[in-house]
Design a protein around this ligand. Structure first.
Ligand code: DHB
Ligand code: FE
Length: 279
């Protein structure tokens, strides 16, 4: 049977792609941010996965504002990236595993999570940069990647509780797959940030640190907040942190905290790395 071996949270900011492409990762601005991933790299090396589920939000590349599914699962054999600015060339296509995706879709719908299934899905920085920062740029990845998009862009967006519940259902879906594959799940985005309006640049370090602790050890704590409260505390785009709950819900309650790192500001965000071992 499939095994969910761990979960990792990570920033997905577009500037990460620019830093990697232009050799800036060891500059004073970026060094501490990128160094925060070293223990995650070690854990990934010690605990290789066959399949990596990337929980992220699309920012307008695949879904524009006229049609926005709340939850959308990639069910394709590969996923294409497109240009998003910074003058960066798109990354080569990422390999998927359509058979595994369809198993997840069947199981999630059977558990009453009626997700949108996508046999074509373009992936933006929310998906690409977590893979780049955790797995590096590779000609041929040994892992397969599964995009799971959560709407955090066009309101109404799902509640933190709905995301945690989706994670629980996803954990069951993963571990009911009959093949002996090892699976890791990523929760991307966050933490506090606001990209527009009067509070553009808003970051709350204390709230971010509390969220990191609680999401690791007591994720139900985060579900006390309405989406309006999350945005009041952590900025309009701080709502992206609800995606961490999907990752967390998929893991066991007693998953072991292997690594925790926070850095702010980086671009316009507070950035948190959590590595949770589910074995
Ligand atoms: C930034 C953060 C995001 O989550 C995003 O999608 C785009 C930009 C930023 O901090 O610059
Ligand atoms: Fe984002």
């Amino acid at each position: 049977m499939a095994k969910l071996i761990g979960g990792i949270t990570t920033s997905h900011i577009p500037a990460v792609g620019n830093a990697i492409n232009n050799g800036l990762t060891q500059t004073p601005y970026w060094k501490r941010f990128f160094d925060g991933y070293k223990p995650a790299h070690q854990w990934l090396e010690d605990n290789p996965a066959d399949i990596v589920i990337v929980v992220y939000n699309d920012h307008g590349l695949n879904f524009f504002l006229d049609k926005v599914p709340t939850f959308a699962l990639g069910c394709a054999a590969e996923y294409f990236n497109e240009d998003e600015g910074w003058g960066l060339p798109p990354r080569p296509p990422f390999p998927g595993d359509a058979e595994f995706s369809w198993h997840l879709a069947e199981s999630l719908v059977a558990q009453e999570f009626d997700i949108c299934t996508c046999q074509e899905m373009k992936v933006d920085h929310g998906f690409v940069n977590p893979i780049r920062v955790l797995f590096g740029d590779q000609e041929q990845y040994s892992q397969k990647f599964i995009p799971l998009a959560v709407n955090t862009v066009q309101h109404p967006v799902p509640s933190a509780k709905r995301c945690l519940d989706l994670g629980v259902a996803l954990g069951r879906a993963i571990e009911s797959y009959p093949e002996d594959v090892r699976v890791t799940i990523l929760g991307t985005g966050g933490m506090s940030h606001q990209l527009q309006g009067e509070r553009a640049g808003f970051i709350d370090v204390d709230f971010d640190l509390e969220c990191m602790d609680k999401i690791a050890s007591e994720p139900e704590w985060f579900t006390q907040f309405s989406n309006a409260e999350i945005m009041a505390r952590s900025g309009s785009e701080g709502i992206e942190t609800i995606m961490w709950l999907v990752m967390r819900g998929a893991l066991r309650a007693d998953a072991e905290i292997v690594h925790k790192h926070y850095h702010a500001p980086i671009s316009n965000t507070g950035a948190g790395v959590l590595v949770l071992d589910n074995q």
